[in-house]
Design a protein around this ligand. Structure first.
Ligand SMILES: C[S@@+](CC[C@H](N)C(=O)[O-])C[C@H]1O[C@@H](n2cnc3c(N)ncnc32)[C@H](O)[C@@H]1O
Length: 269
């Protein structure tokens, strides 16, 4: 079968079919257009059919490929981790601003594939990164990414702050689970295939954020910052929660689509 025929008959989104085939053939997507009449031989043919079928069955493209690009990094992903999102690249930008303003010790809470910690460390090698997750499988994925990228991060398995002892950080950054358990979005797009523990923040969606806001001051130096990613309609609730706990200089930021998706504040006690 030719490249053109294979893409046409894949019964998945054409762009995704091109990405899958280019990945299997280890060529740029542009190559496919110049080689439409080339025939695709085994084992690439069987692998493409297998991947297209997985995609038809609702497996996210990133899981089928086994990676997702995040800022300058190619991160390995699997069904145990959230697929890193573009919104989170903005959170990394904010974290890097704080690192540039003097934050040296940085804690990533709920690291998943390691996206935030690895991006911060690779872009600001002088920062000292610690990253935790409650999922051993997620941590294994993050450690694998750190190894293949040659990036040094301290990894810990912990329920939020539980295993962190008396240590303190200049910056705590987190993209925690923040979707309500009854939110219909959980049945849409890639979300049904992603781990519930990476997505659901209790009935209200805010339970993980509230827990982190409550306990973060014990782990922040005076002058330290806490930055969150959250849902598009949660900025007011997160602001109120941080104000109530005594954080100062609280502000929210918008993502690439104009939604207020991040809130952060400073601990000055
Ligand atoms: C939304 S995902 C974020 C993953 C990654 N930081 C990112 O931005 O792509 C949330 C992560 O928090 C972890 N998590 C959920 N509950 C946790 C808990 N109680 N303690 C520690 N980590 C938790 C999940 O395993 C998941 O990896």
């Amino acid at each position: 079968m030719t490249v053109r025929e294979l893409i046409q008959q894949a019964r998945i989104d054409r762009f995704e079919a091109e990405i899958l085939l280019a990945d299997i053939l280890e060529v740029e997507r542009a190559w496919l257009f110049a080689h439409g009449e080339d025939s695709v031989a085994e084992p690439a043919l069987a692998l493409f059919i297998d991947h297209a079928e997985a995609r038809q069955n609702g497996e996210p493209l990133a899981y089928v490929l086994g990676y997702r690009d995040f800022r300058s990094l190619r991160l390995g992903v699997n069904c145990h981790v959230l697929i890193p999102r573009r919104e989170t690249e903005h959170l990394v930008e904010w974290a890097i601003e704080r690192i540039d303003a003097g934050a040296r010790r940085v804690l990533d809470l709920g690291t998943g594939s390691g996206a935030i910690a690895l991006a911060c460390k690779s872009e600001r090698p002088d920062a000292m990164l610690t990253a935790i997750d409650c999922s051993a499988e997620a941590l294994a994925c993050a450690v694998g990414n750190a190894r293949s990228l040659g990036v040094q991060v301290e990894w810990l398995k912990s329920q939020w702050f539980e295993q962190l002892g008396g240590a303190q950080w200049d910056l705590v950054v987190s993209n925690p689970p923040y979707i309500s358990a009854s939110d219909a979005h959980l049945k849409q797009g890639d979300l049904p295939a992603e781990p519930d523990s990476a997505l659901i923040g209790g009935q209200t969606g805010l339970e993980s954020i509230e827990h982190i806001v409550e306990h973060a001051p014990e782990y922040l130096v005076s002058g330290g910052w806490l930055l969150f990613e959250h849902g598009f309609d949660q900025a007011d609730a997160v602001t109120a929660c941080m104000q109530y706990r005594g954080f100062q200089h609280i502000s929210s930021r918008r993502d690439w689509s104009g939604q207020p998706r991040m809130t952060g504040g400073q601990w000055l006690h």
